[in-house]
Design a protein around this ligand. Structure first.
Ligand SMILES: Nc1ncnc2c1ncn2[C@@H]1O[C@H](COP(=O)(O)OP(=O)(O)OP(=O)(O)O)[C@@H](O)[C@H]1O
Ligand SMILES: [Mg+2]
Length: 351
């Protein structure tokens, strides 16, 4: 094992580090952490070449848009210090040459690994929007979703892929995480599931996986047009949940590079402090909830709200602090401006 550090990261440590960047989604974090831990264990066991060959378990992340699927995978790759690329299943389905496209994805992975094949072969590939790969017969204009699934399952399982320059990448130890919103899945679940007692016989890990998977069965995925062989290559299924107003506020303020922290840094470069009172944070989170795009709306909402002041900022003199409270979205809203040795003043630019 060339990367003993990653192998030794325990699931609890992986979750702890993920939580510095991703708010909530505890089920998904725990499932990912257990799966990753097992993945690295498996790699070192197989490298040791003893009798039992452990096979890989790729992962399916199901969750609404903007709730952290891509962020979780990106963060995971950073924590593990392995190369990471994302690919979009819908664009794979739009090309006529899915093989070339897959080769290109692996080539990007190799780029991220600074051209180190060994390192690339231990990377993570995130394939987004797999719920759009419907198996519909008779589609000729582009590759059908179904043939994309066939192409993907081959490399997910592990196969040598020939690159344009003649080198090969073996995907056996590359971890594939698939993502998708699977809109309407809950409806399917309520129709097909009888919730009841789940008996488990295996060890603790098995029990955890069992419990977390209990809610989504491969057959539920088939209703989305996933072919059985593809769904079968994704034995670990976990779900991300809609973000609550409270979680959106935490996303604004808590992660390492939270949006509010970023704007505060930007303002600080002009020598100005930026403060958001709780009422302002509530208002931003409310707007984001209305948009139904998860945390994705937060940035544009903030950007829009701060546009005027950011325009004025570089030419304002003696300004010490900008404070937003429930004035944030009012019609003629102006932040509270606090100047160097001057009384409080409400309003935009001076003079
Ligand atoms: N749980 C979360 N914690 C912190 N930030 C989050 C969280 N969820 C989303 N974000 C932020 O919102 C933005 C969008 O998140 P992300 O790209 O992970 O969404 P997604 O689930 O992949 O959505 P899509 O299905 O549309 O691809 C990112 O900038 C991310 O920082
Ligand atoms: Mg995404």
């Amino acid at each position: 094992m060339e990367n003993p550090m990653s192998a030794q990261l325990k699931p609890s440590e992986i979750v702890r580090q993920l939580s510095q960047h991703v708010i909530g989604q505890e089920d998904a974090k725990r499932t990912l952490a257990v799966a990753i831990y097992a993945h690295f264990r498996r790699m070192s066991a197989n490298a040791a070449e003893d009798s039992v060959e452990l096979t890989k378990s790729n992962i399916l992340l199901i969750g609404p848009t903007g709730t952290g699927k891509t962020l979780l995978c990106e963060t995971l790759a950073r924590i593990l210090d392995v190369p990471f690329v994302t690919a979009d299943a819908t664009s794979l389905a739009q090309t006529q040459f899915v093989g070339d496209e897959i080769e290109a994805i692996l080539h990007r992975l190799l780029d991220r690994a600074s051209d180190d094949i060994d390192r690339a072969q231990r990377g993570i590939v995130f394939v987004d929007e797999v719920d759009k790969l419907k198996a519909i017969g008779g589609e000729a204009r582009a590759t059908s979703g179904e043939s994309v699934q066939h192409a993907l399952l081959k490399i997910m399982e592990g196969a040598p892929v020939r690159l344009k320059d003649g080198r090969h990448i073996d995907t056996t130890n590359i971890l594939f995480i698939c993502g998708g919103a699977f809109v309407g899945l809950d409806h399917i679940l309520t129709q097909t599931h009888t919730f009841g007692f789940i008996s488990t016989t295996g060890g603790d890990d098995h029990k955890i996986l069992e419990r977390l998977n209990a809610r989504v069965k491969p057959t539920d995925l088939l209703e989305f047009g996933l072919i059985p062989e593809f769904a079968g290559r994704l034995p670990i299924v976990t779900r991300l949940h809609d973000l609550t107003q409270d979680m959106l506020i935490r996303i604004l303020t808590e992660p390492r590079n939270a949006l509010i922290k970023q704007y505060q840094k930007l303002f600080k470069m002009e020598g100005v402090d930026l403060e958001f009172r709780p009422e302002a944070l509530d208002a931003i989170a409310d707007r984001a909830m209305e948009r139904k795009t998860g945390a994705r709306g937060l940035r544009s909402i903030l950007e829009h709200a701060l546009l005027d002041i950011m325009f004025e900022l570089p030419s304002m003199r003696n300004l010490k602090k900008v404070v937003y409270d429930d004035n944030l979205f009012n019609a003629d809203a102006q932040p509270l401006l606090i100047y160097e040795d001057a009384p409080l003043q409400q309003g935009g630019a001076r003079e």
